[in-house]
Ligand binder design. Structure first.
Ligand code: NDP
Ligand code: PYC
Length: 344
């Protein structure tokens, strides 16, 4: 039976479980925070269901839950943070103030996150930067589950791309999506629910279309937007993999050796821009110009990306988060059994 749980209660329980499985308090707070915030915002594919993958990778010895990120601030436009095999979220938390200050000083700065375990939705980071008045792009490779358009062998990850833009009097404009037709997490949720996936999401090992989630997970996912999504996904491999000297999606899968239960380890790239600095010579107000465009969406009945998410957030903060009986039972099992749970 479904149960309601208060957002902060869920947050402290998830953080406690992560610590029980070996995450240091700063890491548990960062990772637990994004898991609960995703659940709060009704982003189920990167919410509570990802906790198991995080706990399993903590147990696997293929990451460091107690890593303290090292920020290499330098003095130029590139800020680097070495995650030391820890969670990307903890690395971002350690470096975000340096990134913001550098972006304000130079107009544009990039954060390179090195060798991190990355499971999360990217909206969290770009929304955070947009709340501070910055536009931002975030991207990372993933596991190689996606075939290029015209092919059927996975070469690229589900490679997410997110963008945030500050708005003076309302929630920021934020989009965040996998460059596959759907995130892998969505297919996994269909598998668990025993429901077929929509046509066009994936092909089987021979390249034939499939709506069976397990066949899709065993075969290849497809990029969104045919050749256009295929090219954007390739760009992410090149910028957030090859250019950073970090693992690309194929290497991430080979390294972890299990794309089913363990979340991947690779690098990530966040580019932040200060619209005020870019527009300074124009004499125009970039945010006011943005508002003219964004306000016109609602006027024709279109919704903005993240609008559903912000509405879901308001409901969760008011009423709590609805968890299914099996989600609650799994959380209780993590709490009760601790790391011994995965020993068998
Ligand atoms: P969705 O297709 O669910 O949503 C993509 C974006 O489009 C969201 O910002 C969403 O806003 C917006 N949107 C959806 N419908 C509309 C509409 N009708 N009008 C306007 N905007 C709309 O995302 P995906 O399934 O592709 O990705 C889910 C998550 O998976 C992402 O957060 C991504 O970062 C994450 N991911 C992470 C990976 C990793 O390696 N770490 C890999 C792949 C994905 P809203 O939320 O308000 O609906
Ligand atoms: O949903 O595709 C996905 C995904 C891969 C890694 C983290 N999320």
């Amino acid at each position: 039976m479904d149960q309601m749980i208060d957002v902060e209660t869920l947050r402290s329980r998830v953080i406690a479980v992560l610590e029980q499985f070996g995450a240091a308090p700063h890491a548990a707070k960062a990772v637990g925070g994004v898991i609960v915030d995703a659940e709060r915002d009704a982003c189920k594919s990167h919410g509570l269901y990802r906790l198991e993958g995080c706990l399993r990778v903590l147990q696997s010895g293929k990451m460091r839950g107690d890593a303290t990120p090292t920020v290499h601030a330098g003095c130029g436009a590139i800020v680097e943070v070495e995650a030391h095999h820890g969670f990307s979220n903890a690395a971002f938390a350690a470096a975000r103030d340096t990134l913001v200050a550098r972006t304000r000083a130079l107009g544009l700065a990039a954060l390179v996150i090195r060798d991190c375990v990355h499971f999360s939705a990217l909206w969290h980071e770009v929304e955070d930067l947009a709340q501070d008045g910055l536009a931002a792009l975030s991207m990372c490779p993933s596991y190689a589950f996606v075939a290029p358009v015209g092919g059927h062998t996975p070469l690229m990850g589900t490679n997410p791309l997110a963008f945030g833009w500050p708005r003076p009097d309302s929630d920021p404009y934020v989009f965040d999506f996998a460059t596959s037709v759907a995130a892998r997490g969505e297919i996994e949720l269909h598998r668990r629910a025993g429901t077929p996936i929509p046509e066009g999401w994936a092909v089987d090992r021979d390249g034939a279309p499939t709506t069976d989630p397990q066949t899709a997970l065993d075969g290849a996912m497809l990029p969104f937007g045919a050749h256009k999504g295929s090219a954007i996904s390739t760009m992410i491999e090149l910028l957030a993999g090859a250019m950073l000297g970090e693992r690309m999606s194929r290497e991430a899968l080979e390294f972890m050796g299990d794309g089913g239960t363990l979340v991947p380890r690779h690098g990530a790239l966040i580019i932040a821009m200060d619209p005020a600095v870019f527009a300074a010579r124009s004499g125009r107000d970039p945010l006011a110009q943005g508002e003219v465009l964004l306000d016109a969406f609602g006027a024709q009945g279109a919704r903005l990306p993240s609008q559903r998410r912000f509405q879901a957030r308001a409901v969760s903060l008011r009423d709590g988060i609805r968890l299914s009986g099996s989600e609650m039972a799994q959380l209780e099992q993590f709490e009760r059994e601790g790391p011994a749970m995965f020993d068998a």
